[in-house]
Write a protein that binds this ligand. Structure first.
Ligand code: APR
Length: 169
């Protein structure tokens, strides 16, 4: 599936139609990739987020990209890992599906994802990567209109985890 590319780097620098933010339910900013995206986008992003009324876990909402290279930010809220018996897998899968659906609806053709829930929310990385790639591949098989999906891993270790899944596919 050459529409999916694993890259190691900083998602705020991706020149794509939309980057996906691993946000919290309030959508009012935080640390990790959320903090990096808000810092790079500038204060206008938070001003727009304040108007969105938050976001449920597993769902996604879209804003402008402001000072980012990306024209849009799709904010999604991943599940907090709590052992795996609280629908975490299902909610994480929903983050990818909801974000891709929103990109399609807005006719955005290139999108970059971080490793949603793999930081502060402590989702096991290998398990999360498998869910991410499986959901992205399924979506790209069922819908047309997305040209490229980047999985942007902040560090090489995470990039290796993603790549190991792609080899297995
Ligand atoms: N570019 C790409 N990936 C990044 C970047 C970046 N600039 N910064 C961090 N990451 C990676 C982390 O290394 C991790 O693999 O993003 C992944 C997700 O980690 P978090 O940002 O901690 O997100 P998450 O685990 O989903 O937790 C979300 O953290 O920052 C708060 O407001 C946020 O409450 C929310 C929670």
């Amino acid at each position: 599936m050459d529409k999916i590319e694993i890259v190691q780097g900083d998602i705020t620098r991706m020149e794509v139609d939309a980057i996906v933010n691993a946000a919290k339910n309030s959508l009012l900013g935080g640390g990790g990739v959320d903090g990096a995206i808000h810092r790079a986008a500038g204060p206008e992003l938070l001003r727009e987020c304040r108007l969105l009324g938050g976001c449920d876990t597993g769902q996604a909402k879209i804003t402008g990209g402001y000072n980012l290279a990306a024209s849009h930010v799709i904010h999604t809220v991943g599940p907090i890992w709590s052992g795996g018996s609280n629908r975490e897998d299902e909610l994480l899968a929903s983050c990818y599906r909801s974000s891709l659906s929103l990109a399609l609806k807005h006719e955005l053709r290139t999108i970059a994802f971080p490793a949603i829930s793999c930081g502060v929310y402590r989702f096991p990385a290998r398990r999360a990567a498998g869910i991410a790639l499986s959901e992205i591949q399924t979506f790209l098989r069922n819908y047309h209109g997305i040209d490229k999906v980047y999985c942007v891993c902040f560090d090489e270790a995470m990039a290796d985890i993603y790549r190991s899944w792609l080899v297995e596919e």
